[in-house]
Ligand binder design. Sequence first.
Ligand SMILES: Nc1ncnc2c1ncn2[C@@H]1O[C@H](COP(=O)(O)OP(=O)(O)OP(=O)(O)O)[C@@H](O)[C@H]1O
Ligand SMILES: [Mg+2]
Length: 343
Amino acid sequence: MKLFSFFKQELAIDLGTANTLIIQDGQVVVDEPSIVAINRRTMETIAVGNKAMQMHEKTHEEIKTIRPLKDGVIADFQAAESMIEGMIKMIGAKRRFFSHLKMVICIPSGITEVEKRAVFDSADHVDSKETYLIHEPMAAALGIGLDVEEPIGNMIIDIGGGTTEIAVIALSGIVCDQSIRTAGDEFTADIMSYMKRQHNVLIGERTAEQIKIHVGSALHELETPPEDYAVNGRDLMTGIPKQIKVSYSEIAHCLDKSISKIEDAVLRALETTPPELASDIYRTGLYLTGGGALLRGLDIRIAQKTKLDVHIAEDPLRAVVRGTGIALKNTDRFSFLIDRKSV
Ligand SMILES: Nc1ncnc2c1ncn2[C@@H]1O[C@H](COP(=O)(O)OP(=O)(O)OP(=O)(O)O)[C@@H](O)[C@H]1O
Ligand SMILES: [Mg+2]
């Protein structure tokens, strides 16, 4: 038995729009941005993850950086495959000793059959012998530590890079869900266009993301406000690089519309929740996860809007992969896992 398990490699993968994480033997072994850099001429992969991100928006003619996922689903299959392959390679050269690869991959709840098949195909390409898919809100719930098999309703709000997924989970299933394409990437885009409009400064995606992390806010007034953040960009008028300072209240103002869209989706999800489950949620509150859960004041803002308790998951960027890891250990028990035959 021991010998057999030596030849087995089991991986749980959260293939996200912004970040890809892999768990092996209960440990996070890969946590990298979902991006690849390729040579335009030879189509060779030059770098994946962090290394490719360092090249992003700084490339010359020969190099192209690609984020293979958009809105939570694979938009560029070839790039996605080389990204998955590259990240599995990062785990170590040990790979070739393992004859049996088993994977559980997390997918958004709104994914189509065709998109599911594409994920299975990517898994085949890296030689996975046994592949299962799990819906992201289910993985998030498991990762938060909720008992998803109980006849008790829990609402999960997962704000990632590409999608915000809101789901009510009970009895090992998703009872109702809302998936919208407003999430972290849109916040970043809001900041880029605000800087251009308001300050006449052009900034790149990475700078906008740094602004979001340093002074991003869902509330116009915060109890413990962050210090103003100095931003370098290119002046639209003169074309010369310049520096300006931005405050959190400015960013709260520019994110307002996108956050309202998330609030509306939460309200719609609550409206479609069957009454018995709604009564559970009244007691348990809402669980926020995904990188967007880290936006200052977002929990308070959603709590004010819904008059419900809002809990932020511990380490929200890793809840989904942790849950996928739990699913990996229980593939014979969890009926909600999707196998190849059912697609
Ligand atoms: N401190 C922070 N404040 C605000 N946003 C943050 C913070 N840290 C990370 N983010 C944002 O969270 C997003 C990434 O979250 P996450 O890793 O959960 O997404 P993902 O799983 O890759 O995407 P998806 O689930 O949509 O496919 C990015 O848009 C990132 O900018
Ligand atoms: Mg995610």
